[in-house]
Design a protein around this ligand. Structure first.
Ligand code: G6P
Ligand code: MG
Length: 213
């Protein structure tokens, strides 16, 4: 039985996936590298540094480590400008209701995000206090699709992987959860997330009842 839930952040709890895209798009446009929403799918769940490498690999120019650091700084500054405008209203539909249902049932919840901005976003959206533990991009773990971020979450919750259920919107995140030996609810398009144990288009009206047996 499932005793704890591990949530991804961007694109599952909060509508920040589009803000990441907007900030990356600005960088790509400046460098004349084509970058579409479809390309962005591969960046979901991927660390900031790895995302930049993926974008730059679509161009032909060489970038030194120093130049790359500057690009990473620019991206995060642009992203933070967008993120600082978010609030409770940017929490995705069904999320608060689901978290409250989990709390009612005495289930533990943890965050499993690749983002170094995770705590800030949880604070801005009023979700911070719900979490028993937070594993974010500042903690030294191998990035998704490696299972480390979710295994660390399970360990903190004091649960075995088979007792945890993960919520993910990214292909890399679904793979990470499965590699950790956890069941995973893919939140988004079936075509992209079909590897997940379950797939739902969003969390509106989602009740944990049907998924915890
Ligand atoms: C999440 C997002 C990615 C983002 C990564 C790092 O996994 O899905 O799009 O690149 O976090 O986020 P950060 O806020 O540290 O740049
Ligand atoms: Mg995500």
């Amino acid at each position: 039985t499932i005793k704890g839930v591990i949530f991804d952040l961007d694109g599952v709890l909060v509508d920040t996936a589009c803000l990441h895209y907007e900030a990356w798009k600005k960088i790509a446009d400046k460098l004349n590298i084509s970058f579409s929403e479809k390309d962005n799918e591969k960046l979901k769940g991927v660390s900031r540094k790895d995302s930049l490498d993926i974008i730059l690999s679509q161009g032909t120019e060489y970038f030194s480590e120093g130049e790359k650091s500057q690009l990473l700084l620019n991206k995060n500054n642009d992203y933070l400008t967008l993120v600082n405008q978010i609030n409770k209203n940017d929490v995705l539909g069904g999320v608060v209701k689901l978290i409250e249902e989990l709390k009612c049932k005495g289930m533990k919840i943890s965050l499993g995000s690749a983002s170094k901005n995770a705590r800030l976003i949880l604070e801005l959206t009023g979700l911070y206090h719900y979490f028993d533990y937070i594993v974010d991009g500042n903690m030294v773990v191998k990035a998704k699709p490696a299972p480390d971020v979710f295994l660390m979450g399970a360990e903190l919750l004091g649960l075995s992987p088979s007792e945890c259920l993960v919520f993910e919107d990214a292909q890399s995140g679904v793979q990470a959860a499965l590699a950790a030996g956890m069941k995973v609810v893919g939140v988004g398009e079936y075509a992209l997330l079909h590897q997940a144990t379950f797939v739902v288009p969003n969390l509106i009206g989602f009740s944990i009842e049907d998924y915890i047996k």
